[in-house]
Ligand binder design. Structure first.
Ligand code: S3P
Length: 429
């Protein structure tokens, strides 16, 4: 797809619902007693994969795609049925890892498989702790990768020190902990997104969090109570408009009703460090997840260093941050972000290759990249590797480059933001 040129981005936009919260609403809704109603549910392919997997386990789910309202008819904590076919997670790492935590405790075996990207992603990181809790895993092709069979077992609680700051790992263990005998504790090296912990509280689960937030302890549950969940706009989707508004001349964009959970707001900190004109209004903290309207306008940005504990708070935004860095004066250094190598694509390689193709001075490193920004970009052919965040990042970079940019596999935005291109072009005057 050839990208349209961008100039004067102006107006208001509401981005689709948060992907992480949408997945969790299906899973906890399925395990609850009663009907969980979810508004603002993300109609992206990843979340639809979570719906179809739980439908295969006997859960009735009504999805009104027009209003993005989903009703999950929960079957209770022990109400999942053995699926008669493979659970197809598509491209979704969140479905794979979180659902594995639940499947590890069932009295049946199930098989998980997904697309070629999922088959390359590391699953040892959940197999290890869930096996320590008593579950059994069988990889069908490559060791510690999908496709794999989970043999559900009676689980017991563990005290797990996770080697990675990963909300998917943490959540898989905590979900398994709902069914385990005794308490289950997870400690992570840096705080990752805490949507599971917050949603556990809403559904009535006994979960305790340490002062640092890095240690969570769940007690076995006897029942979860159905909830009404209002999903805020996804800050990871808002990030494309935040950055586009900052680096496109003569622009001012307001993104309405965006989730600003402090475990997700690293992008806002980075924008401020780079000198952005950015403000938050209508901040509401009254529901489980805080939300705000975010307004940005064209800014003269400068490079910065992004490292340490902020990385998990902006891990999915690094591709668009790298684009922003290419448009900023001076050097931006991104480090401590090895996790980028095991996302939907190897995002260190794919970002560096594609930015270089557009004339950016970028050096990939083992745990991030170094970008010397401020030079004009030229159009190029960009291979998205079917990674939605790469396609969206280069839609912005390409729209601001001299000459044409052709994005291969552009339709993969469907994973997290099906109407991305239309929404972007609507702001383009
Ligand atoms: C997610 C956690 C993150 C993130 C992913 C969604 C979640 O992955 O990259 O897009 O919903 O828990 P990791 O847990 O692998 O860091």
């Amino acid at each position: 797809m050839i990208m349209s040129h961008l100039s004067n981005l102006t107006g208001e936009i509401t981005v689709p619902g948060d992907k992480s919260i949408s997945h969790r609403s299906i899973m906890l809704g399925a395990l609850a007693d009663g009907i969980t109603e979810v508004t603002g549910f993300l109609q992206g392919a990843d979340c639809l994969s979570s719906i179809s997997c739980f439908e295969k386990m006997g859960i009735m789910i009504e999805n009104d795609q027009k209003t993005s309202t989903v009703k999950i008819h929960g079957n209770g904590l022990r109400g999942l049925k053995r699926p008669s076919e493979t659970l197809d997670v598509g491209n979704s790492g969140t479905t794979t890892r979180l659902m594995s935590g639940i499947l590890a405790a069932q009295n049946f075996s199930s098989t998980i498989d997904g697309d070629s990207s999922i088959r390359k992603r590391p699953m040892g990181r959940i197999m290890t702790p869930l096996s320590q809790m008593g579950a059994e895993f069988e990889s069908l092709e490559n060791d510690k990768c999908a496709p794999f069979i989970i043999h559900g077992k009676k689980l017991h609680g563990i005290n797990y020190e996770s080697p990675v700051a990963s909300a998917q790992v943490k959540s898989a263990i905590l979900l398994a902990g709902l069914f385990a005998e005794g308490q289950t504790t997870v400690t992570e090296p840096a705080l990752s997104r805490n949507h599971t912990e917050l949603m556990f509280e809403e559904f009535g689960v006994d979960i305790r969090i340490s002062n640092s937030g890095k240690t969570s302890t769940v007690s076995p549950a006897s029942k979860l109570s159905a909830q009404h969940i209002s999903v805020p706009g996804d800050i990871s989707s808002a990030a494309y408009f935040i950055c586009a508004g900052l680096i496109t001349p003569n622009s001012e964009i307001t993104i309405k009703n965006v989730g600003i959970n402090p475990t997700r707001d690293g992008i806002l900190t980075v924008c401020k460090m780079m000198g952005a004109n950015i403000s938050l209004t209508n901040i509401k903290n009254d529901v489980g997840e805080p939300v705000a309207d975010i307004t940005v306008s064209s800014s003269t940005l400068h490079g910065c260093v992004i490292e340490g504990d902020i990385i998990p708070k902006l891990i999915d935004e690094i591709p668009i941050i790298a684009v922003m860095a290419a448009f900023a004066e001076g050097q931006t250094i991104i480090k401590d972000a090895q996790e980028l190598k095991v996302k939907e694509s190897n995002r260190i390689d794919v970002m560096s290759t594609n930015l270089s193709a557009m004339g950016v001075d970028v050096t990939p490193t083992d745990d991030g990249m170094i970008i010397n920004g401020g030079k004009p970009l030229h159009g190029a052919t960009i291979d998205s590797k079917l990674d939605h965040r790469i396609a969206m990042s280069f839609a912005i970079a390409g729209g601001l480059a001299d000459g044409d940019t052709d994005i291969l596999g552009a339709e993969c935005v469907n994973i997290s933001y099906p109407t991305f291109y239309e929404d972007l072009l609507r702001l383009n005057s």
